[in-house]
Design a protein around this ligand. Sequence first.
Ligand code: PEP
Ligand code: MG
Length: 608
Amino acid sequence: MTPDTIRPDGKMIGMPASPGIVIGPVHLLLWEVPDVQQRIIPDEAIEEEIARFHNALQSAKDRLVQVKARAERHAGPEEASIFDVQIAILSDGELLSSVEKFIRRNIGAEKAFDLVLIEWRQNFARHTQPMIRERVGDLTDVHIRVLSILLGLPDHDPVDVPKGSNAILVTHDLTPSLTVQLDRDAIAAIATDEGTRTSHVAILARSLGLPAVVGLRDATRRVAGGDEVILDGSSGTLIPRPTPAQIDAYTDRAVREEADSVELQHLAGAEPVTLDGVRITLRANVDLPEEAEAAAHSGAEGVGLMRTEFLVVGRATMPDEEEQYRAYRRVVEAFEGKPVVIRTFDVGGDKLPVGGFPTEANPFLGWRAIRMCLDEPALFKAQLRALLRAAMHGDVRIMLPLVVTVDEVRQARHLLEEAAAELDDRGVDYRHDLPLGVMVETPAAAVAADTLVKDVAFFSIGTNDLVQYTLAVDRGNANLAARFTPLHPAVLRLIKRTVDVGHENGLEVSVCGEMASQPLMAFALIGLGVRQLSVAGRSVPLVKRIVRGVSARVATDAANAALARQTAREVEAELRRRLLAAFGDAPFLHDGLPEYVDGNTFEGLGGP
Ligand code: PEP
Ligand code: MG
């Protein structure tokens, strides 16, 4: 059973993905292949229909030239070249003649085009060559674009939102190719039908500081383009066509949130020490190099996780060594000698370059992260060389994602040595002694943490994937969001085991998954013995407030009591009771907490 997303008062409840309140017009983005009805045309209309088809192709090409120019400005010429592929598809002789053949058999242009594209997409998807399979995404884009023109549907292209619109983008799911086109001067917030708090749309929205609600299921059917809505990213609420009273209430609340965040900024310089004197290291997660400076000013003591895949997501090509070196150096320099943990490419799952990857039945169990890197040594070594070079400018530490066996660490170390030798051959300066650590984000790594300790310099627990793989719950599936329970006793036990094994062997153990930024869960992590947390730059002051407001002894007692509970709900109740007793109640303590399967929500959620 899934909880209903619609309240009697018309409010829609989804997942709180990125905080902030925005009141503005909807920009509805329906990037889906429309339904096409069969239409028979008389013989005398055939030539006219073919001309109509050619006109539609020309309009689509004109549009793509515009889209390409925009992508060039946002992401650079290499990235924009993806649209050349689509322009070339529109000029393909075989495609044109196949469509014309159908029209000459009295089939309307839109159905003729639809039939040909369906067949082409199926053939491409089944092709033995990955390069061809990767073009399916381009064919789909062309399919949607031309059909929308032929059917006279509204142009939903995100290219069209004027700057300063303060628009709320409502869409089914945000794909990488749409993400590259997003104009942050036009789009003020995002609402999606799909996704959960830990899907990468949500993570990216938080990095960009764009308020977002995900997992609304059918928002795209419940609002129309231009409708005024209120989006509240802290409670995960979308209110279509609000009343003046609701607008006033949310405007007041936005003012209060702003005042609170100004107050929190004063904590940037304060020490993250618990009431009983335990020092917690707070570092920032950095997803885009552009965030580095702001993250450095958040009060973070370095970077606990730099996600390098966002250099790739939404692009047609991998960045070369030089481009990566510049990106890593920027982050390292912003943190002025503080530790910067850079994770090697975690591409795959829901973080894909434009055009995707070879189609897999289960991409989250598939060829991703360290697996892909080890199988593509040329690509991996370019990244390792860039990291070795960037380390000349600060304290760089390398982290491997999705490790399940020590063999992967050993192979990666071997490639790191080769990368260093290649730099020696070129006479390029670099640092040799970079610590090599791993993410503990699979049950295999956590249960067998002892098998890794001799080969790694540190552990960092990736709770987003650890929860996904432990509970067998897809982190991006909105229908399962209520079952994505980081406080499940199995997850807590795996975290505890990793912390204990790491500490017994003198390793640093941090947590860099989203759990670390949710106040109640941060409290639990401190209680489980975690002394290093890495959270989005914007969450650093909030987590610091928690650290400074609790005592580690109380947290330890709470975690021990929680570990003895049977269900995530019981764990949550146990922790909450103890945190509230220590801290008093405050609405922010509830931000980002899951909704349980029976639809009960926590008090404090849901807005005014
Ligand atoms: C995680 O899995 O917890 C993590 C931090 O990495 P990502 O969210 O990028 O998979
Ligand atoms: Mg992960």
